[in-house]
Design a protein around this ligand. Structure first.
Ligand SMILES: [Zn+2]
Length: 335
């Protein structure tokens, strides 16, 4: 058996999303050596390139082996030609790969991919025994996105909307979203929408449970909502269960047209056993039309806030060691 010597080099992965900037340095088998996490509110988004470069330098400084590459997982898609992130969120307007490269001056390649696609790379490369060659990885967080991973098709060009399952319409008369459509799945289950609903409810003073859990409406977090669910707050129960109903319907519709052998779900909300049970029940309800149907191929992953950053390390490793036009080059450079 030929295997990589894990400590012979390292990679740095970064994920930026609406909640945090997370950076990790890993060995070649994905073992995390060092982590930096900064909540988004502490970051000057107009200086996002400096913010990222500064922290990459910190991680690179402490590396005890050669830095092979850098991966960055971004929300939305990176338009390579114009070097910018394509998203309907203006928060990332200042992001430029070229500027990060200039600030770093490390002579190490940087690769960029959608953050959830990065998680799929991480799943495939770092946990190969537990991962089929084809799978779906669905992430529910500040947004909702779906990676359709196929080892035989890595790196193929996809359209800018592919995987944007958060924008699938689940209610044609639903809430108008900033994307211009009504009733997108995102408006029912994405964290910022759940929090927005809960904060209106909080401001009305209608929930003694929420008032006891958060001093101000700014203190509300997804963890507060999960706790309020456990404490039987009727409104929080309604919005979380409604969101999960719609998520289950969306995934069931997806499974009818996509023959996935496994769906991995990365969701903080589904870490709560009661909510997980509720969700899986709803999934089963959707498949009752099939006789003798035993189980849906859904696997709920343990939620980790560094999953995207670790996945970005897998992206860098894939590009440097697997997709390299001349695989010998790296080892010759070493020699
Ligand atoms: Zn939408």
């Amino acid at each position: 058996v030929i295997a990589l010597s894990p400590e012979s080099a390292c990679v740095i992965g970064i994920e930026i999303n609406m909640e945090q900037l997370c950076l990790v340095r890993t060995s070649l088998n994905g073992q995390i050596e060092e982590t930096i996490r900064v909540p988004l509110r502490q970051i000057d988004r107009s200086n996002i390139n400096e913010e990222i470069a500064k922290r990459i330098k910190d991680l690179a400084k402490n590396a005890h082996s050669r830095l092979l590459g850098i991966g960055i997982g971004v929300p939305g898609h990176h338009d390579q030609q114009n070097d910018r992130i394509i998203t309907n969120n203006p928060a990332w307007n200042a992001f430029r790969k070229a500027e990060i490269e200039r600030l770093l001056d490390l002579n190490v390649p940087i690769y960029i991919e959608n953050n959830i696609e990065c998680m799929a790379y991480g799943r495939y490369l770092f946990q190969p025994q537990a991962t089929p060659d084809e799978f779906i990885l669905l992430h529910v967080g500040p947004g909702v996105y779906c990676s359709f991973f196929d080892a035989a098709m890595i790196g193929r060009k996809k359209s800018d909307y592919f995987g944007e399952i958060g924008h699938s319409v689940i209610d044609i008369n639903g809430t108008l979203y900033e994307c211009g459509k009504r009733g997108c799945l995102q408006t029912y289950i994405a964290h910022n929408w759940l929090l927005q609903r809960a904060s209106i409810y909080y401001a009305h003073g209608s929930s003694s449970v929420l008032l006891s859990l958060a001093k101000t409406k700014e203190d509300l977090s997804i963890q507060t909502l999960i706790e309020a669910y456990r404490l039987h707050d009727p409104y929080v129960r309604t919005i979380l269960e409604d969101g999960l109903d719609r998520l289950a319907i969306t995934i069931s519709n997806l499974l009818i047209v996509n023959d996935a052998s496994r769906i991995f779900m990365n969701s903080e909300v589904l870490q709560e056993p009661l909510l997980q049970h509720y969700f899986l029940e709803k999934m089963h309800e959707q498949f009752r039309f099939i006789l003798n149907f035993e189980s849906v191929p859904v696997e709920i992953l343990n939620f980790r806030s560094d999953r995207g950053a670790q996945g970005a390390c897998a992206l860098a490793l894939y590009e440097r060691l697997i997709n390299h036009s001349d695989p010998d080059a790296f080892f010759c450079e070493q020699a």
